[in-house]
Design a protein around this ligand. Structure first.
Ligand SMILES: Nc1ncnc2c1ncn2[C@@H]1O[C@H](COP(=O)(O)OP(=O)(O)OP(=O)(O)O)[C@@H](O)[C@H]1O
Length: 657
């Protein structure tokens, strides 16, 4: 599981300290805390909101702006019919098992995973082997699964259990039940027997309006709102293909056992893209060339099937060429996802792309890769990227009759040879009376093969017999006076097709949390205080303004600096408390504030200020305009601190605690 869980400054990662920092500094807090809280629901405080908003802002620029995506904001309340059609009512479920004695409920795959992982760790302990950092953590007193002693297992069993874990997302309810029997998995707290897994639908049901005749759900993804608007979006895009829509908004899933803080919650922010592409011609992407040399760590399906988790560093161009990644558009988005994650400060060594195994993918998907980020909870899926084929548009079109298709003039007209049925409408009505329309529709839907066969029947028997459910005994005779069936050539000037959809789907909360883990460290001289080294672009507050004291002479400078920075859209915070400068800075290092300006008596004399870098604590000194310019280019990503430090005079003053 856990790979390199050191911080980016090389020290072991300390989750309890980070989580306590995040709660203490109000990045997030359990929702309805004073009422005892609700599992899986969290509120974000000021730094959490600002960090999330800044990440979403980068997302918009990186995807929506750069690629002219069509952003929509669709409702979260969704009628039953839409989610029935999409398959969510019947299939959007996880497997749960119940302890009949205590009433406790477990998510079956998670339980199997936790028990087997704990047994493997117990085996390592019994053999005196090194265990992962997470288990060595002295502050983590309680094991997730309590009833596991350090017991030696034989090598074949270890290998078998490792294989099961590598494929844990791949099992259905019956298979999970089988695994629970095979490995004798019980309620970890009581050792009580558990009932076999049953499906539990994850959607929150509600009813729309005062009468209860319109059932609905809180959406479990933003995608369906985008699909049902396809026709209007295509029109808006002047019928140009390919194009993508995008949406950012809350989704809701009634998770069986929310856990791991922000990683598995019941209400979360999603950012999703639906890229509509012509299924013919290999799903090429016009900008694929720009990313073909981007290297990704790929964990392919076959490696997982063999029970391993070895990744291979592969250029995305190569992965598409060899067919490992199904097509250019999917490959393009995998590379763009990685570029986005790096841009917001995710550690490049802690990103991998894992391919879904056949059973794990939705039945309509042709290929699917998850961008997983390594955290102290293991590798966590933060972005799913699936080729959903034409499934969603097809089912919504079938259900509603709306033409969710693309119609394009053909460069060369297409000649199609086909069997056509002509009806004598004048005699057809009187013969079939009220069933006329139903019989006509049944004839319309006859396949080409059947039409060919029926043309022979017509010639030989002088009539055809077709299936028309609901009319008489379900068989209807049509005499040759009413119908003729002939092979003719039709010229098609317009091509009609249902686009395929490539869908990158981002869980923003998971990304926020993983980024916090990747950015967290402590200085040698002050182990107690954490630092969150967010890039300036996403940091909640960009600049801390620190007057040496609350002396009245400093106030106009505080005002000028704040105004000038805020006019440029740069967020600031003033700390004029009585604490030492060093303390004030370190309090803001915890919030990830990348830059600090000190106002001192020299500032009053010559309008010069010191500018401090959070990570190195280096300081430079310059006049007002130069300081503002440097901040602006750091925040906009035009320069790094090393560039600024090289061109502005160093300031050697010490931070005093
Ligand atoms: N309960 C949740 N809490 C927070 N984020 C979530 C949750 N479920 C899904 N996400 C986020 O939404 C993204 C897209 O959702 P998707 O349906 O692909 O997830 P999923 O495969 O159901 O996730 P998992 O297998 O972890 O339950 C995920 O990559 C993840 O970042």
């Amino acid at each position: 599981m856990a790979g390199d869980m050191t911080t980016f400054k090389g020290k072991p990662f300390d989750r309890p300290s980070l989580e306590s920092l995040m709660k203490r500094r109000l990045f997030y807090t359990p929702a309805f805390d004073i009422y005892g809280g609700v599992s899986g629901l969290y509120d974000y405080g000021p730094p959490g909101c600002a960090l999330t908003n800044n990440i979403v802002d980068v997302w918009r620029k990186h995807f929506v702006l750069k690629e002219n995506m069509l952003e929509v904001d669709c409702t979260m309340l969704t009628p039953h019919e839409v989610l029935k059609t999409s398959g969510h009512v019947d299939k959007f479920a996880d497997w749960m098992c119940k302890d009949p004695k205590t009433g406790e409920i477990f998510r079956a795959d998670h339980l199997v995973e936790e028990v087997l992982e704990a047994r493997l760790k117990g085996n390592k302990e019994a053999r005196g082997q090194k265990v992962d950092v997470e288990e060595e953590d002295p502050k983590k007193k309680k094991k997730k699964v309590k009833n596991i002693a350090a017991v030696k297992l034989d090598d074949a069993l270890v290998q078998e259990m490792e294989e099961v874990l590598a494929k844990i997302d791949n099992y259905n309810g019956e298979e999970l039940g089988h695994l629970m029997n095979k490995y004798d998995i019980k309620n970890p707290a009581t050792n009580g027997h558990l009932l076999p897994p049953v499906a539990f639908n994850l959607m929150f049901q509600t009813s729309i309006g005062p009468s209860s005749n319109m059932p609905g759900y809180l959406r479990p993804e933003t995608a369906q709102g985008q699909f049902v608007n396809f026709q209007k979006l295509l029109e808006f895009n002047q019928q140009q293909m390919p194009f993508a829509s995008a949406s950012i908004g809350k989704s809701f899933r009634n998770e069986i056992s929310p856990r791991s803080g922000l990683l598995r919650v019941r209400e979360f922010l999603m950012a999703e893209i639906e890229h509509f592409v012509d299924p013919e011609g290999g799903k090429k992407h016009p900008r694929f060339d720009e990313v073909k040399d981007v290297e990704l760590e790929l964990l392919n399906r076959d490696v997982q099937l063999s029970g391993k988790t070895t990744v291979e560093t592969t250029k995305i161009g190569k992965a598409v060429e060899t067919g490992l990644v199904d097509n250019e558009t999917l490959g393009y988005f995998l590379a763009r996802i990685q570029q986005f994650l790096l841009k917001i400060g995710v550690d490049g060594k802690k990103i991998r792309f894992r391919q879904h195994m056949a059973n794990e993918m939705a039945h309509y998907a042709t290929d699917c890769w998850d961008a997983e980020l390594l955290t102290s909870y293991g590798w966590i899926e933060c972005v799913g990227c699936a080729d959903r084929s034409a499934y969603d548009l097809t089912v919504h079109m079938k259900k509603t009759g709306a033409p969710l298709v693309v119609r394009e003039p053909r460069k060369e007209p297409l000649k199609v040879e086909e069997w056509q049925c002509d009806l004598d409408k004048k005699r057809f009505g009187p013969k079939f009376k009220k069933d006329g329309k139903t019989v006509e529709a049944a004839i319309e839907s006859l396949s080409q093969g059947l039409r060919e066969k029926l043309s022979l029947d017509l010639e030989k028997e002088g009539k055809i017999v077709i299936d028309v459910p609901g009319v008489g005994d379900g068989k209807v005779e049509v005499p040759k006076e009413l119908i003729s069936i002939e092979k003719r050539t039709r010229v098609e000037n317009v091509r009609e097709y249902t686009p395929n959809v490539i869908e990158p789907s981002f869980g923003i909360g998971r990304i926020v949390y993983a980024l916090c883990e990747h950015s967290y460290w402590t200085r040698e001289q002050d182990e107690a205080r954490g630092i969150l080294s967010f890039p300036p672009t996403v940091a909640p507050t960009k600049v801390l303004i620190v007057p040496l004291s609350s002396h009245a002479d400093f106030k106009p400078f505080v005002r000028t600096l704040s105004d000038k920075l805020q006019e440029g859209g740069i967020s600031t915070r003033v700390d004029d408390s009585g604490a030492s400068i060093g303390k004030r800075y370190s309090r803001n290092d915890e919030l990830g504030t990348p830059l600090g300006i000190t106002i001192d008596f020299q500032s009053v004399k010559d309008n010069s200020f010191t500018l401090r870098d959070r990570d190195s604590t280096e300081q430079v000194r310059a006049g007002l305009d130069e300081i503002i310019n440097a901040i602006s280019s750091l925040v906009n990503g035009r320069e790094k601190w090393s560039d600024v430090a090289a061109r502005l005079p160093k300031f050697e003053g010490q931070e005093v605690d």
